[in-house]
Design a binder for this molecule. Structure first.
Ligand code: DC
Length: 208
């Protein structure tokens, strides 16, 4: 059983993926963390973000078990991850790793930008989770404020729009809705309602 979840930054796809994995007793991989982990290693070692071979070498040594979300969620790491995500050779390396993860029994929920289109095109269920840019920026601003981080709505909104633009217009594996994906727009939903909708979609797809 493989559930593929795609969507833009701060759409809530990560929370939904984690909760669906618990609910259906599946493994979970936040594939954004794989791009973030490579970006973080490049930044920490003062290596260029545009050198594909260097990025590939870092990716080859990536240990999924050692990825620390609390460290990798830093804003500048997300920006750097989005920038290195345009490198085709790096994507190939990370996609292979993600495919291996997905094939481990009893199955997995993977979330990212290209799961339904590239990593798991044969997934049993595909969800594309989205929300208006304003709703996503509001959630991200509130989340940062709750952690005591400084957050200005207008600049969070600008950042999200810039990231959406880069992630959906790159030439390799751009973020897009798979033809057979279920669209879940969470603009007007709280997380509990979104989760129940997602469970219903997966349960229905399993019946068919
Ligand atoms: O979901 P996130 O914010 O952690 O992702 C960080 C960046 O990684 C995102 O801006 C683009 C890239 N990414 C990608 O290209 N493909 C994925 N499957 C996941 C993330």
């Amino acid at each position: 059983m493989i559930i593929a979840i795609d969507g833009p930054a701060a759409s809530g796809k990560g929370t939904l993926a984690r909760r669906l994995a618990t609910h259906f007793e599946l493994h979970h991989l936040d594939t954004g963390l794989t791009y973030r982990a490579v970006a973080a290693a490049l930044l920490a070692n003062g290596l260029p973000l545009g050198d594909e071979q260097v990025a590939i070498d870092v990716a080859r040594n990536l240990d999924l078990a050692k990825m620390d979300k609390s460290v990798l969620s830093a804003h500048e790491i997300g920006e750097a991850a989005s920038r290195i995500a345009v490198l085709g050779g790096l994507r190939e390396e990370l996609v292979n790793l993600q495919k291996r993860f997905a094939s481990t029994p009893p199955g997995a929920v993977l979330d990212g930008r290209d799961i339904g289109t590239v990593v798991c095109p044969d997934a049993d269920v595909k969800l594309f989770v989205t929300a208006s840019a304003e709703a996503r920026a509001r959630r991200r601003t509130d989340e940062m404020a709750s952690k005591g981080q400084e957050a200005v709505f207008a600049s969070v909104l600008d950042d999200l729009k810039r990231r959406d633009e880069r992630d959906s217009t790159r030439s390799v594996a751009p973020m897009k809705i798979a033809d057979d994906a279920h669209l879940l727009d969470t603009t007007e939903m709280d997380i509990e309602t979104a989760f129940q909708s997602a469970v219903d979609i997966v349960a229905n797809a399993r019946k068919n």
